[in-house]
Design a protein around this ligand. Sequence first.
Ligand SMILES: Cc1cc2nc3c(=O)[nH]c(=O)nc-3n(C[C@H](O)[C@H](O)[C@H](O)COP(=O)(O)O)c2cc1C
Length: 211
Amino acid sequence: MSDTQNQIVTVGVTGASGAILAQKTLALLEADARVARVHLVVTEAGQRLFAEELGITSGDAKQLPSRVLGHPAGKIDVLPNKDVGASIASGSYAVDAMVVIPCSMGTLGAIANGISDDLVARSADVMLKENRKLVLCVRDSPFNRVHLGNMLSAQQAGAVIMPVVPAFYHHPKTIDDLVTQYVCRVLGQIGLAQDKMYRWMGTPAAKKAEA
Ligand SMILES: Cc1cc2nc3c(=O)[nH]c(=O)nc-3n(C[C@H](O)[C@H](O)[C@H](O)COP(=O)(O)O)c2cc1C
């Protein structure tokens, strides 16, 4: 693992609901001076979710980051999900951390069972074999027994399972408040703590007295 400067991060986006989470993740990484490069891989279903939920389509994959951010992207490059020979498919290429956000039950199953037949699953597999940080932002509801078993397998192999479950203790007023807090917690997991993150400091004394 390199120092906290010049971080190289892989972001996998799959076909689970929550494209807005991927959008926020990419925006925070793009703005983060500690991050040198972001490799973005989007599954076919992930592209469909960008279109369904955010109205973002991109014929030219290279344009996807700027379309997602709403302004030119300086450090995000898109790798085709079919390219299992890309840099990030090898442990010899030094990726510091990988986040799959949102992570579908299909991709969770592939990662949990070592089925590396696309670039998202292969690069996640590499993160696990190289003992590097992998965060899976799984999303579905309810979970069935297979999903839960796969989460346990992936966690036991070294992944952090971070279900898309929002917090409310920071009194969110907007969807952006919910999304930002969740994504900040995810980035905290890969050593990129964010100033925007709300930190619970205990119940204030005045409120305790009222209770
Ligand atoms: C609008 C829409 C929403 C979906 N939401 C979810 C979801 O929240 N969780 C999930 O596991 N799959 C969801 N799916 C199904 C996955 O996209 C599907 O299983 C797909 O094969 C996953 O492929 P991927 O893992 O390669 O992205 C959704 C599909 C669509 C079209």
